[in-house]
Write a protein that binds this ligand. Structure first.
Ligand SMILES: [Zn+2]
Length: 400
């Protein structure tokens, strides 16, 4: 049976998980171009942004500041290895698997999976033609260039549904998860990855985390409840050590039901988390000028910066940092989308050899170790300075 596209639903302001009318505005993101506010469901604790305008015309790839950050999907390509390693544990990749990849983006997972599973086939769903092209010509891969809500895939067709950093962008995650359930064979697997709201507890957070592209902000608990309510049994819960991502494996099991129970603990925890984030971030932003002063004070040494994403952006906007004094600004991923940031040209890591910097400042939280290793390899002479250490010293200076 093939079902048609979802009927257009009216824009309600009910919680997507528990369907209660108990959403309370608790946070206003910095520089949201869509006027989004973050709401807490007082019944189940799910954080969600309203209004849920998700059919807006996509703007060309660009980066700006605050909540508007991120037409460029930044971290997705880094998650392929984690998803594949879980799949290896829970399935036999040498069998004839049919996999649905939801939001294939630049095809990082598609290519890695086809290589790891030599007789498997993929249906890749990706609406963005600029990125969909990259997996359109692969063997054993059928590209469906549309939004997942409109894909109208065959019932019971797939052994696996893989969805990486996509669910938080959707207007109706519960409805889309129910559709993943429908297209899976009995006992089929859902591999789901999403940003983790636990990152809001980080002491060194400076960036606006509630960006305009994300309509839902899951914790391990709210994501698992959403998945279970769609009729899945969780077989691998998120790694509690990973505060950035929620990677879940679930099996198609039950009939979907409505999540009804009130979750006092989650409501209290989400409320605490957002308040903590607001105050920690404000304290860190107030110290950023001292980070800029320390970097400026490194002159006449040649300073390269690795990472031109949200941390860098926040340092320029809130710390009055002048990037044009850098000898090099590196960002492997952003470089593919934009030529410069605040008048400073973006370079790839290969430029390090010629630039021969004395210092490399790493502006990253999630990928510090990977970047530091690569930086040491490419510029063995350079001193490596981490953003977290700069921020810690800035607090000391500010207090002095
Ligand atoms: Zn709710």
């Amino acid at each position: 049976m093939v079902t048609g596209p979802f009927p257009e639903s009216s824009m309600t302001e009910l919680c997507d998980l528990c369907r209660r009318d108990q959403l309370e505005a608790i946070y206003e993101p910095e520089r949201s171009t869509r006027g989004l506010k973050v709401y807490l469901c007082r019944h189940c604790g799910l954080l969600q942004s309203l209004p849920r305008i998700d059919r807006a015309q996509r703007a060309p790839a660009a980066v700006s500041g605050g909540a508007d950050w991120g037409n460029v999907r930044y971290g997705k390509g880094f998650r392929t290895a984690a998803a594949l390693s879980l799949l290896r544990k829970h399935t036999d990749l040498s069998s004839d698997l049919a996999l649905l990849d939801v939001g294939s983006n630049r095809g990082s997972f598609v290519r890695a999976f086809l290589e790891a599973a030599p007789t498997a086939s993929i249906v890749a769903v990706e609406p963005d033609e600029r990125v969909a092209e990259s997996c359109g010509k692969l063997d054993r891969c059928e590209l469906v260039q549309t939004r997942i809500e409109d894909a109208a895939l065959e019932t019971g067709r797939f052994d696996i549904v893989h969805s990486c950093h996509t669910i938080e962008h959707l207007a109706e995650p519960a409805r889309v998860l129910a559709d993943h359930w429908r297209v899976l064979k009995p006992g089929g697997l859902l591999v789901l990855d999403a940003p983790n709201s636990a990152i809001l507890d980080a002491d060194d957070i400076i960036e606006e985390w509630f960006i305009d592209k994300h309509l839902y902000h899951f914790s391990a608990r709210t994501l698992m409840r959403t998945v279970v309510a769609a009729g899945f049994e969780i077989i691998a819960a998120p790694d509690i050590e990973d505060h950035a991502n929620l990677l879940i494996v679930a099996r198609k099991a039950y009939t979907a039901y409505r999540a009804k129970d009130m979750d006092h603990r989650e409501v209290a925890e989400a409320s605490r988390l957002v308040a903590h984030y607001g105050s920690t971030r404000a304290r860190n932003l107030a110290a950023l000028t001292f980070v800029s002063i320390e970097i400026a004070g490194m002159a006449p040494k040649r300073v390269a910066m690795w990472g031109a994403g949200r941390l860098f952006d926040t340092l320029v906007v809130h710390g009055s940092f002048t990037p044009t004094n850098l000898s090099l600004l590196i960002d492997t991923h952003l470089k593919a989308h934009v030529a410069d940031r605040y008048g400073c040209k973006l370079a790839g890591p290969e430029a390090l050899a010629e630039a021969d910097p004395d210092v490399i400042v790493i502006m990253s939280r999630g990928f510090v170790d990977e970047i530091a290793t690569e930086a040491r390899r490419l510029a063995p002479r350079a001193e490596i300075v981490l953003y977290a250490d700069l921020l810690a010293r800035a607090h000391v200076r500010k207090a002095a």
